[in-house]
Ligand binder design. Structure first.
Ligand SMILES: [Ca+2]
Ligand SMILES: [Ca+2]
Ligand SMILES: [Ca+2]
Length: 487
């Protein structure tokens, strides 16, 4: 969401509450709710766009309520239209601090909602509601927010239609961020969604010697998702990426056939494996609080050490990209440097990296990779990846990848990363310092500018967008990664 649309939303939101103040549709009900968990259907004040209760259950004003199939039963609010809102009075906050807002939702196709205090005076969080695959397929979305002490009215505003709402909960962050980890336990800490209208196959790689039990080359129909059981003790160096146009076994993909080790079942198509330029989600999942250090998973890059308490992840475009991608962090992941024991740069602004508008069609076709004129034969380079068998465009190289990846190179001469033709784009350190890299030609490429016009993620090794993020590992901290159609 752009800053402009955000301010527009805020003022519009206040309009809705103004509308309430003068509307005969507003009805005040007596408060009959707990201090922290509010059932959606136990609202005190509402604005609904249709006369009567379309669901016919529980209450008989204009809010549309039905029996819910969610765990715990009861009712949910449904038939939610854009602009409708519900208010829950008497939210008691004994002391100012960080609280976790959890909202129980279902959506067919995805939606947006906003949670606020006191008629929009404070917008706590604007939530993206994922496509849960059905009106009664429930999920909990959450965010960590700051709330001042006092008695507040909690508002839930429908930024869009297309979702159902069961309950909302406000809990103090301390001691309530998930359950303690179990050395043998797992939690669903990663969800991958097929945001394309054709099938997608989710592929993954581990670090050598690391076991992971999830299905690989797993087919997802349009809109479907898969949640991975990630060990509470941590899981190092995972890479997840999509394939499209694959065969029934998830092999020979048109897009995403970049391969992997044979012992993980990977093969290459007859034309050879694609260059590993995939849009991707890479993560080392940290060890959950409550597990003793000695029980945490080993760090494969430092075998005498165990994984720390932070999740480290990226969705960088340093090697290129194949499809649009969006990563949403659900749970507490503050922006900015993280104190021990998490460490690292913290999470992205707004809890997401949204490269959903990225297009291979925008891949530079006349890129200057000449290192400021030193290598004139590289001054006009087509960065698109062509499948050598079909001739179809299958992705976009980054400058570093174009200069060094030999797969499907089709006569284009490639180099080693430290070679003079490549080093100012690949930036191996040493000899290229981070400052030399980010003040050099890598920061001026069409590719870098194109990536940054869509999303804040790394386009080269020392880019100043978001590269690596770090979040406190927790049982209720998860990532939702959506890959969209190749386009
Ligand atoms: Ca209604
Ligand atoms: Ca309604
Ligand atoms: Ca309910």
């Amino acid at each position: 969401m752009t800053p402009h649309s955000k301010s527009f939303f805020r003022s519009c939101f206040k309009c809705a509450k103004w509308l309430f103040a003068s509307s005969s549709m507003a009805v005040l009900m007596s408060a009959n709710v707990s201090a922290t968990l509010f059932q959606a259907e136990d609202y005190n004040v509402f604005f609904d766009t249709t006369p009567g209760n379309t669901g016919g259950a529980y209450r008989s004003d204009d809010v549309d309520v039905e029996a819910t199939a969610d765990v715990g039963g009861g009712f949910n609010v449904g038939w939610i239209d854009r602009g409708e809102w519900l208010v829950y009075e008497n939210l008691q906050i004994p002391s100012a601090g960080r609280y976790i807002v959890r909202v129980r939702v279902a959506s067919q196709g995805g939606a947006r909602a906003s949670v606020d205090l006191n008629a929009g005076q404070t917008v706590l969080k604007e939530f993206d509601i994922p496509d849960t695959g059905g009106w009664q397929n429930w999920t909990t979305i959450s965010a960590t927010v700051d709330i001042q002490a006092g008695t507040h009215n909690l508002g839930v505003y429908a930024t869009s239609a297309n979702w159902n709402f069961n309950w909302i909960e406000i809990v103090p962050e301390d001691g309530n961020s998930g359950e303690p980890g179990d050395p043998n336990g797992t939690h669903k800490r990663l969800k991958v969604v097929n945001g394309c209208d054709e099938p997608m196959w989710v592929q993954w790689l581990t670090a050598p010697g690391v076991q992971f039990n999830g299905p690989n080359r797993h087919r997802l129909s349009s809109g479907q998702s898969i949640e991975y059981d990630i060990p509470d003790k941590g899981l190092p160096s995972m890479r997840f990426w999509p394939g499209f146009g694959c065969d029934a076994n998830g092999h020979n993909c048109v897009v995403g056939a970049s391969g992997g080790p044979a012992d993980l079942g990977f093969t290459c198509p007859p034309e050879g494996c694609a260059p590993p330029i995939d849009s991707k989600f890479e993560a080392t999942f940290g060890c959950i609080p409550g597990i003793n250090d000695s029980d945490c998973a080993k760090n494969p890059s430092a075998p005498d050490q165990v994984l720390g308490r932070g999740d480290w992840w990226n969705s960088s475009m340093v090697d290129g990209f194949t499809v649009p991608v969006k990563v949403v962090v659900n749970g507490h992941c503050p922006v900015g440097p993280q104190p021990a024991p998490v460490y690292g740069p913290g999470g992205p602004e707004g809890g997401e990296i949204d490269c959903s508008s990225l297009r291979v069609a925008d891949c530079p076709m006349n890129e200057d990779l000449s290192t400021d004129g030193q290598f004139p034969h590289l001054s006009n380079v087509d960065m698109r990846v062509f499948n050598p068998s079909s001739g179809a465009v299958a992705g976009c190289y980054s400058p570093a990848a174009k200069l060094t990846f030999g797969h499907w190179a089709d006569g284009f001469q490639t180099y080693s990363p430290p070679d003079p033709q490549a080093k100012m784009y690949t930036c191996p350190t040493p000899p290229i310092s981070p400052d030399e890299c980010s003040s050099g030609p890598a920061d001026r490429t069409d590719y870098r500018n194109m990536i940054h016009s869509h999303c804040e993620t790394y386009a080269y090794a020392y880019d100043d967008g978001y590269g690596l993020s770090s979040c406190p590992a927790a049982t209720d901290l998860s990532y939702e990664v959506t890959f969209y159609c190749p386009q």
